[in-house]
Design a protein around this ligand. Structure first.
Ligand code: PLP
Length: 427
């Protein structure tokens, strides 16, 4: 059977297949650059593992308190090495990215301090962590105030606004690399470095925290290479490489990471406790695979941008611009567009392909959200997935794909659904 017939047997029409092949051919150079980046980052990870003498003894799990968990402690050294940071906290007890960020914030802020967000409103779930939307246990309830400086209309940092907003209570600055559920540009690591340098020139004591979700391994440098004091993310996104079954990480300056450990476990206990059960091998192996997995996801994002841009939809980033995370936003302008796209992604999944996603009121979000995730790990968004809030401008956020081949199939399947529903017209 040839490829076209094989796609045909998977429900992809000749028309959709041919359009996909045409777009893919035009992306050869982009893909080669992504592969070279993955090659660089692969070496970075292997270097860190070799330097810290990773051995199969590190894959054994601990139970109970988890004292002397060699695998856990060494993995934290490997993360710190790869991020060129002083220390790391990499734990299955960190439930998700929101939890990692929440720990980083709460651990390093005290009553009377102020948090300043300089890349606009943080990711939706952080609104309740901070108390932008009142919530039990928020930073606001503990007397930690919050200020926000939006990006300017061209998505650059509002340096003047930042200077005005900083005051003697400003203890921590929040910078979000990825766009989240917003239609703005994703920040490059270089952009982040510039704003950190500016903030430090005003007050070198301010702690700069970067929400690094979806950004890991997309570039050759990470925020910790350009002055970030703390950087946090989820292991069911890029750095888990699709194998980590749960978890989160925080990397950065030793003293701040220590504070995070005291907050995550308990004052006095810190990093010394926290059993790892049997997850260490998948944490190590996932981190090892992460550069290649991220590259596959990135190719999927570039492919999707080019497919939909040429069909007349607004895409962000556009088909040609450089990439700083694995998220692709596509604006359909109608709920039906968002829903059909997600149904196509679901139908392409290896797991739960028979399920039909529906919009629902997810905890932490302020509108109905539809999610497509036929993943091995529940909710994993380094696996092929798409989600979108059902509110204007009706944009879908597409990400992941453990392999480029699977990402491609998912995008063709979404296009097939949109084409069958008359929403997309293939030229
Ligand atoms: C995913 C994400 C988060 C939160 O992560 P969860 O694992 O879903 O809790 C925070 N910030 C950004 C930018 C994200 O993409």
């Amino acid at each position: 059977m040839n490829l076209e017939t094989m796609y045909g047997s998977m429900g992809i029409s000749k028309e959709v297949y041919a359009y996909g092949q045409k777009i893919e051919k035009e992306l050869k150079e982009r893909f080669a650059a992504i592969d070279e980046n993955a090659e660089y980052n692969q070496l970075k990870v292997v270097y860190a593992m070799q330097k810290h003498r990773v051995s199969d003894i590190h894959f054994a799990g601990t139970s109970g308190y988890g004292y002397n968990d060699l695998g856990r402690d060494t993995l934290e050294e490997v993360y710190a090495e790869a991020f060129h940071a002083e220390a790391a906290l990499v734990r299955p007890q960190i439930a998700c990215g929101t939890h990692a960020l929440s720990v980083a914030l709460a651990a390093n802020l005290r009553p009377g301090d102020e948090l300043l967000a300089v890349s606009g409103k943080p990711y939706d779930t952080l609104e309740e962590v901070i108390g932008i939307r009142p919530s039990s246990g928020s930073l606001a309830e503990y007397g930690i105030t919050y200020r926000q400086v939006d990006l300017r209309s061209d998505d650059s940092f509002d340096l003047e606004g930042i200077q005005k907003a900083m005051n003697e209570r400003t203890k921590m600055v929040h910078i979000q690399r990825s766009k989240g559920y917003q239609t703005r540009r994703t920040l490059s690591v270089a952009d982040i470095g510039e704003v950190i340098a500016y903030i430090k020139s005003i007050n070198p004591e301010v702690i700069c925290l970067v929400d690094n979700c979806y950004g890991e391994f997309v570039e050759r440098i990470e925020p910790t290479d350009v002055g970030a004091d703390l950087c946090a993310g989820s292991l069911i996104k890029n750095p888990g490489g699709g194998l980590a079954p749960a978890g989160g990480y925080i990397v950065g300056k030793e003293a701040y990471v220590e504070n995070c450990a005291y907050r995550l476990t308990s004052p006095g206990l810190g990093k010394e406790v926290g059993a790892t059960f049997g997850v260490m091998q998948s944490f190590y192996q996932g981190f090892f695979l992460a550069p290649a997995v991220t590259a596959g996801a990135l190719k999927g994002a570039v492919f999707a941008a080019n497919i939909y841009e040429r069909l007349g939809f607004d895409v962000l980033p556009n088909g040609r611009e450089s990439r700083h995370d694995i998220i692709q936003a596509i604006t359909f302008g109608t709920p039906e567009g968002v829903i059909e796209f997600c149904r196509g992604i679901q139908a392409a999944a290896p797991v739960d392909s028979f399920a039909e996603p529906e919009p629902w009121a997810m905890p932490g979000y302020d509108s109905d959200v539809i999610m497509a995730a036929g993943a091995f790990v529940q909710g994993s968004s380094i696996e092929l997935s798409a989600d979108g809030p059902i509110k204007p401008p009706y944009a879908v956020y597409f990400q992941g794909g453990l392999t480029w081949e699977h990402a491609k199939f998912g995008i063709l399947k979404s296009l097939q659904k949109l084409s069958d529903a008359g929403i997309a017209k293939i030229p």
